[in-house]
Structures are given as structure tokens and as C-alpha cells.
Design a protein around this ligand. Structure first.
Ligand SMILES: Nc1ncnc2c1ncn2[C@@H]1O[C@H](COP(=O)(O)OP(=O)(O)OP(=O)(O)O)[C@@H](O)[C@H]1O
Ligand SMILES: [Mg+2]
Length: 363
């Protein structure tokens, strides 16, 4: 059964539309109708469609002109178009393909053939999208390897050479200094590599969500305890307010990563004496968790670049803490894998509030 597939039917004869709609509705598709090319072009600018059935012979704007306008100027430029053609209209068969059609459906329709052709093109489209997505992932992966993993290795090579020279000179101060730099750089690079691999694995659907019943109150308390030292070093107070016990079906490891990253960020970007508030509520079958700080906040440019893998940048914390710039990318990945959403509200110098949701049920 097709799930959530939207098909636009364009035909100037409303009887044809009614007939097509009844076949497609019965097969489980969502249908939208347009009775002219102009109406179809307008609809295509607004709605995301999976497939378009387009009559060729229409007054004012014919199907070919309509197809051209849809493909030149709309969010459905890549949506497959199947032309509806009267069987005797053979001269237009090659025109249909020349004008951007992926297939032809003959009128009068044969229900089974119609559904089979639609199914074929929807499957092809899904496979194309999948391939394109994998290609983007591969590009992103290589991009990060080229930029973010190359630099630390230059530093590791340079400082290990200096370390070597300092050993020859028996200069203990320098040996300690260079060894520290090498250790910190290695740790950071290792974190980045781990994050990068987790992200790549999640992208390739290699990451399975292992749902179990998680007690959110306990989990949050535990994670807050883990960051208490870091918070105390900046004299930051953390308040937890979960009005009721919240138990959700979720992947505990992923939840850990999400909350730990958001908490660590809140501490990292808070000033001495800051406050962090964690709130949890149940809202329409979703647990909604908010982590709010009154730290340095972020400008619009940073806000718009968050969660985008190609735009990752890492800013030092208020005590010079360094990071990989990958924490929020993983948070988004892990929230979405579990069927939730993540967003941020922030103003420069006023602080940040990260909000994420996770469905509470096991389905
Ligand atoms: N609570 C926050 N307050 C202000 N800025 C934030 C906050 N959380 C995230 N940011 C901004 O978003 C950027 C990306 O955050 P993200 O967690 O992805 O990376 P990071 O913290 O720099 O590195 P990592 O998480 O790998 O240690 C940060 O570098 C910072 O500029
Ligand atoms: Mg972070």
C-alpha cells in the first residue's frame, strides 16, 4: 500500500479526473486535481508531489507547455510526469518523451496498467533519491576527512618532530609542553573520528534504534551528575524540573548522547555563575525536553548553520574548551532516527534553549 504518496491529476475534463481519483484513492494514494495547465503550474510551486498525471490536449495551455513550466520553475522540477494520451493520438507519443514525460498512459485507462506504471515510476524515483542521498553523504564524508582530519594530523606530525628534538636536547619543559599538545590533539581528533563514524553509520541506515523503556527522570539525574564537576568549575547551577515521572520507549544510548551533548554545550557556553534549566513534559504522545542556559547565546549566522554537516564550526567555550563541531549533528541524527525533532531558540548574549522531542510509544 502506498504511504503518503501525492499524485497531481491534471485534466480539463472533470469526468476523467473523477475516474482517475477513484482508482487512485482506492489504491491508497493522496490525489490533488487541477483542471487547467495554469492551475497545475501554480499548484506545483506550492506543494511537494511524488508524481504528476498530465493530460496532453487541454485548451489555453496544453500538457507539453504545462510540463515545461513545471520543470523550469517549481519545487516539482524533478517529479515524474506521465502524460495522458488518447490511444489514437500516435503522433504525440514521441513528443511526450521529448517534452519531459517519463511515460504515457493511454485513454481510456486500464486500471491495472495505470497502477503498475505509477508504481514503477514511484519506485524508480525513490531509488534515485536514495542514490542521490548516498552520494551527498559520501561527499560530506570526504569533505570532512579532507578538512577537519587533515589539520590535526599536521599538528601531530609537527609537534612529534619537535618532541623528538627536545628529547635530544633533554629539555624537560619543552618535552612536557609538546607531549601535552600531542595528547590533547590526539584526544580531540579521536573524538572527531568517533563522531564522524557514528554519523556516517547513521546516514547509511546502518544504525538500528534499540528501543527500551527509559526512565527519563533517572537518566537526566545521572547525566547531570556526570557533568557536575564541569558545572561547579564555573559555578553554574543546574535545575531539573520534570513535573511527572516520564517513561518513554527510546534508544537509551542515543538519548544519552543527545542530552550529554546539549548539557555539555550549555555548560561550555555559559559564563561563571550561570544557570541551566532542564524541563521535561509530555505533549501529544511526545516527550519534550528543553535545555536552557543563560550563557553567551549565538548570532543568526551560527544559528542558521547548526545541524548542517557541511557548515560545522566549533567555537571555543567560555573557558577555552575545544570541541569537534559535531555534537549537534549527532543530536539531530539520533533525535530524527527515533522519530523526533530538534530545534533551538537563541539570542546573542542572552543564552540558548535547545528543544527536542521523542515519541513516547513503542511503534
Ligand atoms: N548552548 C549553547 N550556547 C551557545 N552556543 C552554542 C550552544 N550550543 C551550541 N552552540 C554553538 O553551536 C556550535 C556547534 O555545537 P556542537 O555541539 O555541534 O559542537 P561543539 O560543541 O563545538 O563541539 P563538540 O560538541 O563536538 O564538542 C558550537 O561550536 C557553538 O558555536
Ligand atoms: Mg558540543
Amino acid at each position: 500500500m502506498p504511504i503518503n504518496k501525492s499524485i497531481l491529476i491534471v485534466d480539463d475534463v472533470s469526468d476523467n479526473i473523477v475516474l482517475l481519483q477513484s482508482i487512485l484513492d482506492k489504491a491508497g494514494y493522496n490525489t490533488i486535481a487541477a483542471t487547467s495547465g495554469i492551475q497545475a503550474v501554480d499548484l506545483c510551486k506550492e506543494i511537494d508531489l511524488d508524481l504528476i498525471l498530465l493530460d496532453v490536449r487541454m485548451p489555453q495551455m496544453d500538457g507539453f507547455e504545462t510540463a515545461m513550466q513545471i520543470q523550469n520553475n517549481s519545487k516539482n522540477a524533478e517529479t515524474p510526469i506521465l502524460f495522458l494520451l488518447v490511444k489514437t493520438d500516435e503522433s504525440n507519443i514521441s513528443n511526450a518523451f521529448k517534452n519531459g514525460g517519463v511515460d504515457i498512459i493511454n485513454k481510456p485507462f486500464n486500471d491495472e496498467e495505470l497502477l503498475a506504471r505509477i508504481n514503477t515510476h514511484l519506485t524508480l524515483r525513490a531509488q534515485q533519491n536514495n542514490l542521490a542521498q548516498l552520494n551527498i553523504t559520501k561527499d560530506k564524508f570526504l569533505n570532512i576527512l579532507a578538512h577537519d582530519l587533515r589539520n590535526p594530523f599536521n599538528s601531530l606530525l609537527g609537534f612529534s618532530e619537535l618532541l623528538h628534538e627536545s628529547i635530544d636536547q633533554a629539555d624537560l619543559n619543552k618535552i612536557k609542553k609538546y607531549a601535552d599538545i600531542i595528547q590533547n590533539t590526539s584526544k580531540n581528533t579521536y573524538d572527531l573520528l568517533n563522531n564522524l563514524l557514528s554519523w556516517a553509520q547513521a546516514q547509511q541506515q546502518g544504525m538500528v534504534v534499540k528501543k527500551e523503556l527509559v526512565n527519563l527522570n533517572e537518566l537526566i539525574n545521572e547525566l547531570v551528575q556526570n557533568v557536575e564537576n564541569a558545572a561547579e568549575s564555573k559555578n553554574i547551577e543546574i535545575f531539573i524540573s520534570l513535573n511527572e515521572p516520564i517513561a518513554i520507549w527510546a534508544d537509551q544510548e542515543m538519548l544519552n548522547t543527545i542530552i550529554r551533548n546539549l548539557l555539555t554545550n550549555a555548560i561550555k557556553y555559559s559564563k561563571v555563575g550561570g544557570e541551566i534549566k532542564i524541563k521535561g513534559v509530555i505533549n501529544n504522545n511526545f516527550a519534550e525536553i528543553r535545555i536552557k542556559d543563560n550563557g553567551i547565546g549565538m548570532d543568526e549566522t551560527t544559528k542558521n548553520s547548526l545541524f548542517k554537516v557541511l557548515e560545522t564550526k566549533s567555537k571555543k567555550g567560555t573557558k577555552g574548551e575545544v570541541g569537534t563541531g559535531f555534537g549537534l549533528i549527532l543530536c539531530k541524527e539520533f533525535v530524527e532516527l527515533q522519530g523526533g525533532k530538534i530545534s533551538v531558540e537563541s539570542q546573542l548574549e542572552k543564552g540558548c534553549e535547545f528543544i527536542f522531542t521523542i515519541p513516547i510509544k513503542n511503534n
